[in-house]
Design a protein around this ligand. Structure first.
Ligand code: NAD
Ligand code: ZN
Length: 367
C-alpha cells in the first residue's frame, strides 16, 4: 500500500508517494509528465550499484529510456565543479526544459541534482527518489537545493520544488544501521516540534521503525513528510514557522562544525544531541518541564542515539568554541541567537533572542 502526501504550495502542488514498493508507480507518473519517453538520472556510485536495476525495472514496462550519471558518494560531491559537470552532461545530451532529471540517492544527490535542474535552461523537470531515511523524511521535501563551497556548507543554492517525490521504504533495506539511526533523529524531531502523539507512538514503535517493519517505517515516513509538508506550505521561504524545523540544529550544527564535519559525527547524530540539549537548556531556563527533557533523552538513548556531547579529551567541544560557532548563525545578533525551544514535547516555538552567555554557562555544566 502506498500513501500519498500532497505538498500544497501557493503556485503549484506535488505528491509524495510513500510506501514499500512505491517505486512501481514511477513509470505511470512519469509517462503523464513527459513529452519524450526519456529521463536523466543522477545518483551516486553506491546507490547505482545497489538500486539502479530497481529504477530501470520500474521504467521498462512503460518504455522510458534512462540516461545515467553517477558521482562518488559523500558530502564532497556537493561541489561547484560537480554542478558544472552535471550541467555539461545534460547539455551534451540535449536536455531541454520539457525533460525530467531524477535524483536517485541521499540528500547529497538530491541537493546538487535539484540545483542543477533549477539552472538547466532556467529550470527543467525534477523528481526525487530519496534512498536514505534522512532524505525520505527531510531533504527531499521542501525544495531547498544547494552545493557547498570552501567558505561554508549549503551557501549556494535555490528554492526549487520537485514535480514528484517517491519515498520507497524498501530501498532503505540496504542502508547501514548508523545512517538509518541518524535519519531517525529527524523523525523524532517532528514529534517534538508539534505532534506529541507521534512522539508517544515512536516511544512504542521506534524499534519496529528501525527494524524496517513495512507498516511501521511507512507510517513514520508518511507522518514525517506530512509534518514537513504542512510547515513548508505555510512558509516556503523560511520567513517564519519553517524555522521550527531547525529544532536541535543550532546546537547540532555547532557540534558538526567543531568536529570539522568528520564522519564520526553524522548530521542526524549531531541533531539528536542538539535536540536533547535544547530540551535541557529549556529546562535550565524554566521553560521546558524537566520530565519532558528526560523523556527525550530516554527515547534517543533507547534507539541507540547519543544525547550528550561526546567527551573527547582535549577535543573540539568546549563551551566557548560551541558558543562562538553558534554566534556565526545567519540570524544571530550581538550575543543573541534565535533558538528553537519547547514548552514541552510537541510544543516547540521560536525563542527569538536566546542569550549566548546563558547558553555558555549551560554548556559548561553539560561538559
Ligand atoms: P548522503 O546522500 O551522503 O547518503 C549517505 C550515505 O548513504 C552515502 O554514502 C550514500 O552513498 C549511501 N546510501 C544512500 N542510499 C543508500 C541505500 N539505499 N543503501 C545503502 N547506502 C545508501 O547523505 P544523507 O544523510 O542522505 O544527506 C545529507 C545531505 O542532505 C547533506 O548534504 C545535507 O546538507 C543535506 N540536507 C538537505 C536538506 C534540504 O532541505 N535540502 C535537509 C537536510 C539535509
Ligand atoms: Zn537536519
Amino acid at each position: 500500500a502506498t500513501e500519498t502526501v500532497t505538498v500544497e504550495l501557493a503556485d503549484r502542488s506535488y505528491d509524495i508517494l510513500v510506501g514499500h514498493g512505491a517505486l512501481d508507480q514511477l513509470g505511470a507518473r512519469l509517462s503523464a509528465m513527459l513529452k519524450r519517453p526519456r529521463v536523466f538520472v543522477l545518483t551516486d556510485e553506491t546507490v547505482e550499484r545497489l538500486h539502479r536495476h530497481r529504477l530501470d525495472e520500474a521504467l521498462r514496462p512503460v518504455g522510458i529510456s534512462t540516461n545515467w550519471k553517477a558521482l562518488p558518494p559523500g558530502e564532497k560531491t556537493k561541489s561547484f565543479s560537480n554542478l558544472e559537470g552535471i550541467l555539461d552532461w545534460l547539455l551534451e545530451n540535449s536536455a531541454d526544459r520539457s525533460d525530467i532529471l531524477i535524483a536517485l540517492g541521499g540528500g547529497v544527490i538530491g541537493d546538487i541534482t535539484g540545483l542543477a535542474a533549477s539552472l538547466m535552461k532556467r529550470g527543467m523537470g525534477f523528481v526525487q527518489v530519496p534512498t536514505t531515511l534522512l532524505a525520505q523524511v527531510d531533504s527531499s521535501v521542501g525544495g531547498k537545493t544547494a552545493v557547498n563551497t570552501p567558505r561554508g556548507k549549503n551557501m549556494i543554492g535555490a528554492f526549487y520544488q520537485p514535480r514528484l517525490v517517491i519515498a520507497d521504504t524498501e530501498l532503505l533495506e540496504t542502508l547501514p544501521a548508523r545512517e538509518l539511526r541518524a535519519g531517525y533523529a529527524e523523525i523524532v524531531k517532528y514529534g517534538l516540534i508539534n505532534d506529541a502523539d507521534f512522539f508517544t507512538w515512536l516511544e512504542t514503535h521506534g524499534e519496529e521503525v528501525l527494524a524496517l517493519e513495512p507498516d511501521a517505517i511507512a507510517q513514520a515516513v508518511a507522518t514525517s513528510c506530512r509534518a514537513k509538508a504542512a510547515i513548508v506550505a505555510e512558509d516556503e521561504r523560511e520567513t517564519g514557522v519553517r524555522a521550527l524545523l531547525n529544532l536541535g540544529h543550532t546546537f547540532g550544527h555547532a557540534l558538526e562544525a567543531a568536529n570539522g564535519y568528520a564522519p564520526d559525527l553524522l548530521h542526524g547524530e549531531a541533531v539528536a544531541i542538539g535536540m536533547a540539549l535544547a530540551f535541557r537548556y529549556g529546562a535550565a531556563e524554566g521553560i521546558t518541564p524537566a520530565e519532558d527533557a528526560n523523556r527525550v533523552r530516554a527515547h534517543l538513548e533507547a534507539t541507540g542515539l547519543q544525547s550528550v556531547i561526546p567527551g573527547k579529551q582535549g577535543g573540539p567541544y568546549t563551551a566557548e568554541n560551541l558558543v562562538s560557532l553558534m554566534q556565526q548563525d545567519k540570524k544571530a545578533t550581538a550575543g543573541r541567537v534565535p533558538l528553537i525551544l519547547a514548552r514541552g514535547i510537541g510544543k516547540s516555538y521560536i525563542h527569538q533572542d536566546a542569550d549566548l552567555a546563558s547558553v555558555e554557562t549551560f554548556l559548561q555544566a553539560e561538559l
